[in-house]
Every structure is written in C-alpha cells, then in structure tokens.
Ligand binder design. Structure first.
Ligand SMILES: Nc1ncnc2c1ncn2[C@@H]1O[C@H](COP(=O)(O)OP(=O)(O)OP(=O)(O)O)[C@@H](O)[C@H]1O
Length: 483
C-alpha cells in the first residue's frame, strides 16, 4: 500500500479535566474522502488540529507522506500538502479576499502578485461554486457568512506553489444553502477522483454518506468505528455515534392555530404580493437560497420589537444568532454568563444577580440541551462549536420572550441534540410561543407550520401543510413560483 498522506498514531490530548483525545489512530490515503462524525465534543476538531499541526499531541505521533524531513507542527503539515477549512472561519475580516490569499499562500509574492491572486482565486471560486457573484477585491468583513465560507474553501483548494494533497473540511456546509452545498460536494468528489484526499466533518449524515469513501466515527475522544461507507446506513451511523434516530418530530394537528391571534402582520414589500404574518404559537419557517433577505427580515423584526422606552417591560422577543463568533458569544465570559445574559431581569433582585438562581437556570439548561462540560463556570471558548451553539439556544429559550427569532441556529449541532431541541421548540410553540426560524436545512423547514420562501429580498411564496416540501421550496427559490 502507498504511504498515507497522513498517519496519526495513538494521539492523546487533555484540556484540564477534559480528555479530548485518547489514543486515536487515523490514516488517510490518497484518493480517499474520509467522513468524520461524532457527537458535539467527541474530539473531531481536536484531531483536525493535530493533523494540521496546530496542536501537538501529549502522547502519540503524526507523520505526513510527502513532508520534507525535519519539519514539525504547522510547517510539516503545510509541506505535506495539508490544508484546513476551519469551523470558526479564519479569514482576516479587515483584509480583502486577495490579501487573505496572500497570507495563506506565501508563493503569491513579487511584482504583480495581486493580479495573479485575483485571477487564481476568481477561477477557483467559479470552479467550485459556478455562478457565484463574489467580488474578489471586496473586504472580507463585508461578505455574508456563506460568502466567507465559500472564499475560505476556495483559498484552501488553490494551487500556488504546490497542489493541496489533503483538504480538511470542518462543517463546510454549515452556512451554505442546499444548492451551494451540492456544488461543494460535487467538487469534493471530483478532487478525490483526481487523487486528492479530503477529511470531511459534518453533522448532516446525508452529506457524509453521499460523499465519503470511508467513515470514521468518534465518541468521547476515541475512534469507535472506521469502515467503508457502504457498510453504513443512516440508522447504523447514528447508532455508532451513540444516539438513536427517533420518530420524526411530528407536526401533529395544531387545532386552533388558525384562530390564534395574529401577533406580527407586515405589509408586503413594494412589488411583492405576500404579507408576513405570524400567529401566537406558530412555527414559521423562512426558506429560500441563502442571502436572499431572511436574516435581514429577522434583524428588522428584532429591532422593531426590542427597542422600547419602558425598561421594566418584560422582554418580548429573543434572537438566536447563527454567526456565533461575530454576534453570538461573549468570548471572554464563562458558559454560565453567556447563558444568563439573556434574562438578567428575572435573575436579579435589587439590581444584583442572584448567584444561586443563575446556577440553577444554568444546570437546568445544561441538562435540557446536553451541554457537554464538567463546569458551567469554564470559559465559553472551552466548549466545542456545537456546544457553544447550544448555549446560544438556551440563552433565548430561558427568557420569557413570546417570539423567538432563529437565524439558522442548528449549525454544527449533533443529531441527538437537534432532535431534543426540535421537541423543545414544538412543546414551547404548543404552550404559545411563536418561532420564526430561518434554516438552510430542508428537514427543519419541513417541521414548520407555515413557510415563507424568500427571493431577492422579498417573500415570493407562502406554503402550508402538505405544500411544505423540498420540491415547492426549490421551485419558489429559483423561479419565484411555488409549483
Ligand atoms: N481550548 C480548550 N480548552 C478546554 N477544553 C477544550 C478546548 N478545546 C476543546 N476542548 C474540549 O475538548 C473536547 C473535544 O472538543 P472538540 O472541539 O474536538 O469536539 P468536536 O467533536 O469538534 O465537537 P463539535 O461537533 O461540537 O464541533 C470538548 O469536550 C471540548 O469542550
């Protein structure tokens, strides 16, 4: 057998009391797409950081097939052709796309480097995401989260001095709509067919099963299964991760919903025909291709409802951010503080937060959303990405807000927890809360009572009951017509 592109042997890492990796072995050969799955906190990002040289294992070793001898850490990984698209996107927001390309690829230098970078990056973006309209001289901070994800992916597949041999994609589609995700997965298959290797981490099992050649399952810091993809079904994969697929959360018959009071009623945008309405206790889905106005709508609803001149008025609306690094987490605070900040009024007496009550709310939501940590007083950044997202969710749900706005909030959350959260949403809606839910996942859109499809900044279709399905959503997303 040829030398693996990367060979990890017995890698172990601990962070304080948490054993993030315990003796992990992992080989990746040329021409392989390895799907890596596991619950939130299983150790996937940690093994990625070991492979890309960012973390040195406390015990164990790592070797790169094509690396120059004598190098270690990031340099060895880089010279072995390892590239990594991180879950927390790593581009510099104050630099342009081509300047970011220059930072990532030292070979882009000398006279005319900008022109060369512009040409290479535009071509790679078009190759992976044909038809995209990203302007490569734009500053990264002005791009949407989906565009940033696309740019980071393109930069990592770029060939300047040497072609990539192994591209690690950590939740690469978490901010992409289904059309863009399909383009990326098609590119991954082409890259692997041409002899490249990919390590694909995703909580969307359909992506893993359709794109990988082999699947590695991690649980609690160890590898518990590693087999060819054909040996897995969605059910056996979920079971290997230590969860079970439950019956789909049923919409059920929502008797009385049609008669529930309308609590939001917005006139249609100019030249559009659909009003936006939400009733008490309704779960409203916002669908359509990413970046077509769904997040803007959530933000304007939040602005309109959250600013009032009566500071003691109970909070009416809560927001679950999708871009957690940009506007979700307070990175210097503990997990508990990140959770309780959403509801300080209810947790305080005489202007001081009651510590015991704060602790008890923290313990309740730690259990309800399965936040994996030994101590809620640890820094939020000690949590894995999916667990951070659970905290943001708990922050909103632990408030008394009647309306909860959700900006694609399940990014990176594992399948077991997603199922729990779906049940919580349904139960809360039945108790009278209204959810307005932008999601890039069709399964989630299908859980909603009513769906508005967005295109070019306005609502082009309204779907209810059996009309809420992938066919109708896609038809409306592309043509503005629901059938
Ligand atoms: N810098 C750190 N300090 C303390 N604990 C950490 C740190 N980084 C990771 N951990 C812990 O190590 C464990 C593994 O985390 P890791 O990020 O590898 O999980 P993951 O499988 O990638 O999860 P997710 O699916 O949520 O991204 C988690 O329990 C996490 O809380």
């Amino acid at each position: 057998m040829s030398t693996p592109v990367v060979a990890v042997r017995g890698a172990s890492i601990t962070f304080g009391a948490v054993r993030a990796l315990s003796g992990v072995d992992l080989d990746i050969a040329a021409g392989e797409a390895v799907g890596l799955v596991g619950h939130n906190g299983a150790g996937k990002s940690t093994i990625v950081n070991v492979i890309n040289g960012g973390l040195t294992p406390h015990s164990g070793s790592i070797a790169y097939g094509g690396a120059e001898a004598g190098l270690s850490g990031v340099s060895a990984a880089r010279s072995g052709g390892v590239r990594c698209v991180f879950q927390e996107l790593s581009l510099c927001p104050n630099l342009s796309i081509v300047e970011n390309a220059r930072l990532m690829h030292a070979g882009l230098k000398g006279w005319g480097w900008r022109r060369k970078a512009l040409k290479l990056v535009s071509a790679k973006l078009q190759e992976i995401f044909p038809g995209n309209r990203i302007e490569c001289e734009a500053t990264v901070g002005t791009l949407s989260i989906a565009e940033r994800q696309m740019v980071e992916i393109a930069l990592n597949f770029l060939t300047v001095d040497m072609p990539p041999r192994l591209v690690i994609l950590d939740e690469p589609t978490s901010s992409l709509d289904s059309a863009l995700a399909d383009q990326l997965l098609l590119h991954v298959r082409r890259f692997v067919a041409g002899g490249g290797s990919v390590l694909l981490i995703s909580h969307i099992l359909g992506e893993i099963l359709s794109t990988s050649t082999r699947v590695v399952v991690m649980k609690d810091g160890g590898v518990v299964a590693a087999r060819p993809v054909a040996d897995f079904t969605p059910k056996s994969l979920v079971e290997a991760m230590g969860s079970v697929i439950r019956e789909k959360t049923q919409k059920g018959t929502r008797n009385g919903l049609a008669a529930a009071p309308i609590i939001i009623d917005l006139p249609p945008a100019p030249a559009a025909s659909h009003r936006f309405r939400a009733r008490k206790g309704e779960i409203i889905g916002l669908a359509g291709l990413g970046g077509h106005g769904q997040t803007d709508m959530l933000l304007s609803l939040f602005r309109a409802r959250s600013s009032n001149w009566l500071p003691h008025k109970p909070q009416d609306i809560a927001f679950v951010a999708g871009d957690r690094a940009l506007n979700g987490t307070f990175p210097l605070w503990s997990i508990l503080r990140n959770l309780s900040i959403g509801n300080l009024g209810a947790l305080s007496r005489r202007c001081a937060v009651e510590a015991a009550q704060e602790e008890s709310v923290g313990a309740e939501w730690k259990a309800r959303t399965a936040i994996r940590t030994p101590d809620m007083n640890l820094p939020i950044l000690s949590l894995s990405g999916g667990n951070q997202q659970k905290v943001l969710f708990a922050r909103a749900l632990s408030t008394p807000a009647k309306i909860v706005l959700m900006d694609d909030p399940m990014r990176g959350v594992d399948i077991g927890t997603k199922q729990d959260v779906y049940s919580i949403i349904r139960a809360e809606a039945e108790a009278g809360r209204t959810f307005i839910w932008y999601s890039t996942e069709m399964d989630e859109i299908c859980l909603c009572d009513r769906v508005y499809v967005f295109r070019d900044g306005s609502i082009v279709a309204e779907l209810t009951d059996d009309d809420i399905n992938e066919h109708h959503v896609l038809a409306a997303s592309f043509s503005g017509d629901a059938a």
